[in-house]
Design a protein around this ligand. Structure first.
Ligand code: FMN
Length: 205
């Protein structure tokens, strides 16, 4: 799949077919993460591939602000949990680069999964202490985010559709709102064929 098609096709998938993901595809996704850039090339990330049904159910059962917001995760045949060892990264001012490094690597994985026809969804809504306990994550290691990995179902479940509607997931801010030229707020004429024009799943607004 061509790079811009991959970027355009990636969207959050919250309903999966039960089919297991072949080991080779998981390995390809992790390889894409492994090649990501990082602070001083520290590669502080670690990935936990979870396929155990009971563990996935427990991840899905977590309540955030009292609600099981990621209950849909139960349909995923696999979940990849991205962790970081802050000692292998750095801090610039008040910016903790372990989170940046690991987020870049996870997005590499997400795009690779998309290119392979797999569905993903960034998950930040979790209780770190619960995930650490469930996955026996050692002291000093942080849990940054996780994603399901699986073949998208033919149709999103009602819950998946509801999350998309609530998050207004198809919306993207228009170019002039997010890009400035030469200084903060500096506007310029954008080229007629801006990069988003070919993205079928995204609307500016
Ligand atoms: C850091 C981060 C955390 C997120 N956490 C959740 C989450 O806990 N549950 C969920 O359903 N979606 C979560 N999302 C997915 C966003 O809702 C989604 O990316 C956004 O609505 C845009 O939709 P799209 O991914 O389909 O383009 C998260 C995304 C990011 C980047």
């Amino acid at each position: 799949m061509e790079f811009f098609d991959v970027v355009a096709r990636r969207h959050s998938v919250r309903t999966f077919r039960p089919d297991p993901v072949p080991e080779e595809l998981i390995a390809q996704c992790i390889e894409a993460a492994r090649l990501a850039p990082s602070w001083r090339n520290g590669q502080c990330w670690r990935f936990i591939v979870v396929r155990d049904r009971q563990t996935i159910d427990q991840l899905a059962a977590q309540r955030i602000y009292g609600y099981p917001i990621n209950r849909w995760l139960r349909s995923a045949p696999a979940v990849v949990v991205a962790c970081a060892d802050p000692r292998e990264s750095g801090q610039h001012g008040d910016l903790p680069y372990w989170a940046v490094d690991t987020a870049i690597a996870l997005e590499h994985l997400v795009l690779a999964a998309t290119a392979l026809g797999l569905g993903t969804c960034w998950i930040g809504g979790f209780d770190e202490a619960t995930v650490r306990r469930l996955l026996e994550v050692p002291e000093g290691i942080r849990v940054v985010a996780y994603t399901p990995l699986g073949y998208p179902a033919a149709r999103e479940s009602l819950m998946g559709q509801a999350v998309k509607t609530i998050a207004r997931s198809h919306r993207r801010k228009p170019m002039e709102q997010i890009v400035f030229y030469e200084r903060w707020g500096g506007q310029a004429e954008l080229p007629a064929a801006d990069a988003t024009s070919g993205y079928p799943t995204r609307r500016a607004g």
